[in-house]
Design a binder for this molecule. Sequence first.
Ligand code: UDP
Ligand code: MG
Length: 150
Amino acid sequence: MERTLVLLKPDAVHRRLVGDLITRFERKGLKLIGLKLVHADKALAEKHYAVHAARPFFKDLLSFLTSSPTVAIALEGREAVTVVRNLVGATDGTKAPPGTIRGDYAISIQNNLVHGSDSPENAANEIALWFRPEELVSWGPVDGPWVTGS
Ligand code: UDP
Ligand code: MG
């Protein structure tokens, strides 16, 4: 079973969309294994977006991510990385198709509500960045085989 990190970024919290967005991941069949509200400091934001350090939008992106709380979510499921990326949609809200989270709720490039890991390797690193091992909960939903087909 694959794991991925989702962040509901500060705009999702300000816009009171946290419940709606968690619902989208839950109803797809993904399993919550970690969930918390975090006010990221600069060091955490820099590490999370280290790959973008040289990009012109980096400074603004750090200000955004450190401005106020983010909801950090670890999810597990079949092909969880790809499933989440497909649910989230393209980076620019104006380009993301309707039906995706960004397509339905975002019109900004920066304030696009959600982060989803882009590979299983990055997911493992990002989950370790946002969660301590003891904050991740291993459990089996009673309908597990019916949802995952295994
Ligand atoms: N971002 C931005 N300006 C850009 C591109 C990206 O502010 O021109 C922000 C946006 O919040 C995005 C994040 O940087 O979600 C990370 O960019 P990436 O290309 O990894 O997009 P994602 O994987 O989130 O779709
Ligand atoms: Mg990315």
